[in-house]
Design a protein around this ligand. Sequence first.
Ligand code: ADP
Ligand code: ZN
Length: 197
Amino acid sequence: MSRTGWIEVVSGVMFSGKSEELLRRVRRATLARRRVQVFKSQLDDRYGIREVVSHDNGRLNAEMVGSSSELMQRVRADTQVVAVDEVQFMDDGVIAVANALADRGARVIMVGTDMDFRGQPFGPIGALLAVAEKVDKLQAICVRCGELATRNQRLIDGKPAPAEGPTIQVGGLESYEARCRACHVVPPYGGQTSLLD
Ligand code: ADP
Ligand code: ZN
């Protein structure tokens, strides 16, 4: 174990390259012969289990975890680098887990999308950004106008999804686009227009 650990957060909109960046950091740590464990919230089952997969089809084996306490239990005492993908789906206990692992000397890499489809902070990510030593916010390209995209646009049947939908919705009828602030649309609570037109 190194004398001091730290927390790194890689955050940003979907399609911004967060998983690519996680894979890059983990590969470099492995080349440097660090002992690495990669985890992922089991809520994200888009690509089948047990792998971190980036949208450009890079892949790496990952251990699936359902809660922050399970994460803490699964990290081995001699692990030097702990990476967690889709951390926005984890419970708030993940903040204490990240701090505890960094306190005992681990390099902790937390990766997740920063905002939900409404543009609100997603789960524990805001607090993780606050306690991290190092933060990288990534952007995608807005599919409407070509500017830098920072927002997750949820679409149902191709139309902007209303604000009252569930925060966590992986797969299914809806889909997501990366959009800039100006092109991001969230019909307000009670807005029925998408059902009428
Ligand atoms: P994240 O983990 O942030 O969702 P990934 O690392 O899985 O991102 O995927 C990033 C890749 O997604 C890019 O390298 C690119 O090939 C692809 N991509 C798809 N849509 C977009 C977009 N609108 N802007 C940028 N990259 C996109
Ligand atoms: Zn735009």
